[in-house]
Structures are given as C-alpha cells and as structure tokens.
Design a protein around this ligand. Structure first.
Ligand SMILES: [Zn+2]
Length: 221
C-alpha cells in the first residue's frame, strides 16, 4: 500500500516471484491487460510488463533512475489500431490516455500528488516478478517502426532509500533478461535445483535459492 508521503511498506519476502493467481488475488487485475488505472487514495495503479509482438520494450536508465514502460496497444470497435491511442472514437480516454493525463499534469506541476504504480513483469507462463512500486513522473509519445506509441517514465518510489534496497539490482534487471534466465534455468536454482525462494542474481545472470546465495542464517551473521 502506498500513502501520500511517499513511504512505502514492502514486506520482506524470500522471493519477488509470484504466481498468476497470487497476482490476481493481490491486485484484482486482468492478466491480459497491461495497464490498470486507479486514482484513489490507498489504491495503486498496476502496470504489467508484457511482450509487444514477441519483444519486451521496457528500459531502465541507471544514470537518471528512470524506468520506461511502453503503453498498451489499442483495440477499438474497428479492430486493433495501428497506433497506440489516448482516446477512443467515443471521446473516452483509453488507459494510455488516463495515465498520459496524470503524468503530464504531474510533470507540469498541475498535479501535486504523484500517481503510484505497482509494476509486475511477466517472466514465463504463470510466473511474474514483483518489480515494486514506482512514481509516474512523465510520459511522451514516441514512434517505433512507423507506429505511434506511448512511453511512460517512472522512478522507483523508494528512490531516496535506494542504497538500502538489497534487491535493487535484481529489481531493475529488464523483463527480457529475467525471462531469458528463467527459461535457461527452467525455473530452478543454479546451485541445487530447488524451485523455492528463488531470486535472480544480476552479476551472475542466474537464479539462486537463499542457501545457494549464502543467505542462510549464521552464514552472514
Ligand atoms: Zn540452491
């Protein structure tokens, strides 16, 4: 849960991996829907990082601490649109449009409270990674292969305490990297083959359980 002071309570878990059913239970979202807009106190919006035409488009800039999320492809009554759109024919905002409006208002100073978004990455079928909570700081329209698309710019909600985040490196690995490691490892620990408590180890590019990461009580003191 978030609050308006930017303090975010995140329980310590053995792993940031969650099943599809756990994700649905936590967030009440449709797993096919990349963006769920919620602008209510104590309720987070949700972004699901999914492949677009077989490719992940998210990027992390470690210099500016900015995470870029690709908007959703738009389907209207006339079928799938070539471009991502902010508004339907009816004049109703799409989810792209709702997030775009909130992001631009915040960037321009018209909105004081930043919109907070819980982000999950799809690692494999039924396997998701809880990337954490982010602040929506801006948005822009880009082109990709001749299409108009939206790019949403986010920063970790724990930006001021990032040095204390033991899992920052794992968190900010791209969804593409995580999916590739998961596939190579078949969802098992590199050291012992177990399937529980797994984390991605960024420097080694592998999955490891707590024991194989040297996190057993007593080992590290
Ligand atoms: Zn292990």
């Amino acid at each position: 849960m978030s609050n308006l002071l930017g303090e975010v309570y995140e329980p310590v878990r053995a792993s940031s991996l969650v099943s599809g059913s756990e994700l649905i239970e936590r967030e009440g979202v449709d797993l096919q829907k990349g963006m769920t807009f919620r602008d209510l106190e104590d309720t987070l919006s949700v972004f699901l990082v999914l492949e677009h035409d077989g490719e992940f488009k998210d990027t992390w800039d470690a210099r500016t601490f900015t995470y870029s999320f690709r908007g959703h492809d738009s389907t209207t009554v006339s079928g799938r649109e070539h471009d991502q759109i902010a508004m339907y024919e009816s004049g109703k905002l799409s989810d792209n449009g709702k997030f775009l409006k909130a992001a631009r208002a915040y960037a321009e100073g018209a909105r004081r409270v930043v919109l907070q978004i819980q982000v999950y990455e799809k690692v494999s079928s039924g396997v998701w990674f809880d990337k954490g909570i982010f602040n929506l700081v801006d948005a822009r329209q880009d082109t990709d292969g001749g299409r108009k698309v939206f790019t949403f710019l986010l920063q970790p909600a724990n930006l001021s305490r990032i040095a204390d985040d033991a899992h920052h490196g794992e968190r900010m690995m791209s969804a593409a990297e995580k999916a590739a490691i998961w596939e190579r490892a078949r969802g098992r620990c590199e050291g012992c083959g177990t399937q529980t408590g797994l984390r991605f180890v960024p420097k080694e590019g592998v999955l490891k359980c707590p024991a194989c990461r040297g996190e057993e009580i007593g080992l590290l003191g």
